[in-house]
Design a protein around this ligand. Sequence first.
Ligand code: C5P
Length: 241
Amino acid sequence: MPPTPKDRLAVALDLPSEHEAMNLVDRLGNTCRWFKVGMELYYAAGNNIVKKLHDRGFNIFLDLKLHDIPNTVAGAVRSATEAGASLLTIHAMGGRAMMTAAAEAASAPGSPRLLAVTVLTSMDANELAGIGITVSPADQVLRLAKVAQASGIDGMVCSPEEVAMLRKQTGPDTLLVIPGIRPAGAAIGDQKRIATPAQAIADGASMLVVGRPITRAADPAAAVQAILAEIEQAQLSPAPK
Ligand code: C5P
């Protein structure tokens, strides 16, 4: 069965406490199916919040962006598996040995699928140059994606600007998860490489991650509904480039 719009949207619960996160979850009701738990919430609420969301029937995308030596990352993958997450991120910048160790750890039954974060959507060419990476963000994403694929990683996180290129490179089956999504008129905040939901879907995104345009909306459930409608529309008739 093809994925429905609900399968293709993860709401980023970037909130400082379990209480605030569960309040938002309650306000969203059953409008969404996937929640992303990132560092802010996970460091405050731990596996408890993951288990709570899991028990309520939601899918959890645990965005911990693991980046350490191979042995430590493999152990972290095993610990995260116990919480019940379906997706877990690691940094592709950790390199092939680290990603291979993570993929091996995630081959155990019940493990999450792994996504390699390529270049953060808040970084542009200037930011990359500042840390000594002088190729373009697109070239760096492509290089990291190739290493991730060769290491046995299931999918990648990249910005909307690279999704079309990466879809061509990886073929139709790789999971491409895209943050930096801004519906027309939404505040951009600290993101630099952005697109609308419709454009990202048209370019080949498997799943969109949306945080502040939903979490800071006056009516978060309505914001989710509007994004789902845009995804559905894009599935029916791809947006013009
Ligand atoms: O609020 P906003 O929609 O910008 O949130 C985007 C989410 O996606 C944040 O939780 C951020 O940590 C995450 N993310 C990102 N860029 C990446 C990987 C994850 O913005 N490359």
